[in-house]
Design a protein around this ligand. Sequence first.
Ligand code: MLT
Length: 312
Amino acid sequence: DGGATGGGGAEAYPDQNITFVVPFSAGGPTDTVTRMIAEPMAAELGAKIVVQNVEGAGGTVGAGEVAQAEPDGYTVLMHHIGMSTAPALYQNLGYQPLEDFEMVGLVTEVPMTVVARKDFAPATLADLVAHVKANADKVTLANAGIGAASHLCGLLFQTAAGVKLQEVPYQGTGPALTDLVGGQVDFMCDQTTNTSGQISAGEVKAYAVTTPERVKSLPDLPTTAEAGLPQLQVSVWHGLYVPAGTPQQVVQRLSEALQVALADQGVIEQMAKLGTAPVPAEAATPQAHRAKLEEQLGTWAKVIADSGVEAS
Ligand code: MLT
């Protein structure tokens, strides 16, 4: 079937460049994680991997494009928890996560940080909750669009604080963080793979990490539980996908290359510096990834319904 899988078919896969689609802006956390694993995966596959940022609508534009792509293994999607929140937030999503994709494997699970512009008044997470309650109509909360991890974390924050804030959507939290450092927006919830550098440089104010334990690379940052907001717990799992119908042989080849990348010392060190780590090998299989997505679709459908947010 030479036509469906590039020049030489599934047996010869890969025999041309592979595109990794990132559904958010360059320079953000999803882009960062993708570029980390693309290098060792390309070496293992013996093919060039080109990272393409396809932005918009909280990651659903990029995911939708990959769902429609040729199922030949030459278009791969890197996505995260947003794959499991979008169905509850978008009425006309245009794809079904479990039906329109094959799972290649999970990549990493990234903690989130609550961060603000450095001259924002609240000093602690408790002060932040008090401040937003008293100034709900003035405070601005940045995110990467409805369904993004930053949007979801912002939703959990607002539910925990009992407040509804003005949200400022960006095409990714790369540009959102630039505006936060510039003082154009008040605060946001974003992944350590994006915020660690600016936190360490003192360019943003950091309140907490959203994981049960502190993050080794940000030892002074309390957890949300320590800081009095235990309900705000979320970490952003990432996975690789190809369009449904991609030959199993090709999925297997990509999955093997992913496993090599997750065991790569350079990847492990880069991730550790940014507050995260590769998932264990047994979690990086296509089967484990599918099970994770099935569980998360149910979990977030309920959380989003309970939060009162309507699908748009
Ligand atoms: C998000 O969901 O907030 C995205 O990860 C942001 C990004 O990767 O730019």
